[in-house]
Ligand binder design. Structure first.
Ligand SMILES: *Cc1c(COP(=O)(O)O)cnc(C)c1O
Length: 472
């Protein structure tokens, strides 16, 4: 069934829109780049949008990571930075905020999410152990493997089907996890790596019922649950909207309850927390905290700054509070859905239902004539840039990398091109321009022949791989 944007998006009588709960105080000019300049820039970047210079980009939807617009209060907070090497006051403000809002006892700051993943993987995985999780994430799995672990996907099968509607596509398949515990024994399981929302499935949420049942499943076996809380605020919105008993609960309340079913969490503050850099890992267990606090000194910095300036920690503490406001989250997801509704109306294949932070174009359906070895999602990102200067990102076979044992490509079911919406940055008119460009590339889809990879880096290849177009 096709929805109608004007109907869905609020022009009829009685409907109230999701307008942003802020106004604009400062603007940053955009650069419009000509078609010739875009062609040259894309060639220079080896058809990889990660290798473009941002000066050559018009609307930048590469990622929602660190691309947030900070508020006047956060900018004011930067001036309160205490840059003492040890014991700076901004750390204590951040620590208190995380304890109160996420509920964990011990906090270790890191320079960003992967810094936290590194410390936690090293501390909580013994070589040879298995780390089950609800779909892999690139940096998360890389650190789990570097620590000697093997990631095993236990997300529900619905998550792998782009077109299928399910309210909580990020849920853990509890029967599959139970079977894995039975088969391997609890001592072989390092911990459950739970992400909410699930980025690689399209920003899909986990239900409260699922995390509660997961806790019940893991408790008798003594298996710990660590949460990737990077987009938990957005996950909480879906619980509030879709799960019985949560309609009247605040986002902040839901976040706090969700964390209560887990033993600790790590965070890329560059997403939910409305800043440009930062992260943390927080746990309840005393012994694990001691290990994390030891390691942070080696890899990030002293345990009261973890690779961050004092002013950065102040901006994160303020950003956490702003991110938990119900009207903020509603407008954030409202904007993502606005773009999704435009594309759905034009029958362009996207991951359904629309998730928290991005629209994921289903490149497999979009370029039905291209085999996965021709990198359809990478091709689509390149074509979008050529069409309008919009920068998207591949989330398909290139991002999935290779199996460390066999050396073959991982071949994910989902072959997606992600249009990621930075928080508080672009307007509804920008979303219209993006939708129109996707439509024009869609109309020309049969003319695409795909790409071949001509340079492949060893780690996280999607960041730096280079390609050439296949002609005719
Ligand atoms: C971005 C991200 C990370 C890694 O965080 P960085 O700050 O980029 O290092 C981990 N998990 C998820 C779900 C993410 O989206």
């Amino acid at each position: 069934m096709s929805t109608n944007v004007s109907r869905t998006m609020g022009q009829q009588a009685g409907r109230r829109s999701w307008a942003e709960p802020w106004k604009i105080k400062m603007v940053e000019p955009l650069r419009v780049v000509s078609r010739d300049q875009r062609t040259a820039a894309l060639r220079g970047a080896g058809w990889n949008t990660f290798l473009l210079r941002s000066d050559d980009v018009y609307i930048d939807l590469l990622t929602d990571s660190g691309t947030n617009a900070m508020s006047d209060r956060q900018w004011a907070g930067l001036m309160l930075g205490d840059e003492a090497y040890a014991g700076g006051r901004n750390f204590y403000h951040l620590e208190e905020t995380i304890q109160r809002r996420y509920g964990y006892r011990h906090v270790v700051p890191t320079h960003q999410g992967r810094g936290a993943e590194h410390l936690l993987s090293k501390s909580a995985i013994r070589p040879g152990q298995i780390v089950p999780g609800n779909m892999y994430f690139t940096t998360t799995r890389a650190h789990q493997e570097l620590a000697g672990g093997t990631f095993t996907d236990v997300v529900i099968p619905e998550a792998h089907d782009a077109a299928l509607h399910h309210p909580f596509k990020g849920n853990v398949d509890l029967a599959e996890l139970a079977a894995l515990i039975e088969r391997e024994g609890a001592e072989r399981i390092a911990y459950v790596s739970l992400a909410a929302t699930v980025n690689m499935a399209g920003g899909q949420p986990v239900s409260m019922a699922n995390v509660r049942a997961l806790r019940e499943l893991c408790r008798p076996h003594g298996i710990r649950i660590f949460l990737d809380a990077t987009r938990l605020v957005e996950n909480a919105f879906f619980i509030q909207e879709r799960e019985e008993g949560y309609g009247d609960r605040s986002i902040a309340d839901i976040v706090r309850e969700f964390c209560g079913y887990t033993d600790g969490a790590w965070m890329s503050s560059k997403k939910d927390s409305l800043v440009n850099i930062g992260g943390w890992v927080a746990v309840d267990d005393e012994g694990l905290f001691e290990e994390l606090r030891n390691l942070v000194v080696l890899y990030e910095g002293l345990h009261t700054y973890g690779g961050l300036a004092g002013r950065d920690m102040e901006a994160i503490a303020i950003g956490i509070e702003e991110s938990l406001q119900d009207d903020y989250v509603r407008a954030r997801i409202g904007q993502v859905r606005y773009l999704g509704a435009l594309l759905t109306d034009w029958e362009i294949p996207i991951v359904q239902p629309v998730g928290g932070h991005a629209i994921f174009l289903d490149a497999r359906a979009f370029y039905a004539h291209l085999p996965q070895d021709r990198f359809p999602a990478q091709t689509l990102a390149a074509e979008l840039y050529l069409d309008s200067g919009i920068r998207a990102m591949e989330r398909g076979i290139v991002s999935a990398g290779r199996d460390p044992v066999t050396g073959d490509h991982h071949r994910p079911n989902l072959e997606l091109t992600r249009l990621t919406i930075p928080r508080r940055v672009y307007t509804q008119a920008h979303m219209d321009v993006v939708a129109e460009s996707v439509k024009s590339v869609f109309d020309e889809r049969t003319r695409a022949h795909g790409l071949r990879m001509v340079y492949e880096p060893r780690y996280l290849r999607f960041f730096q791989a280079r390609f050439e177009p296949i002609t005719g």
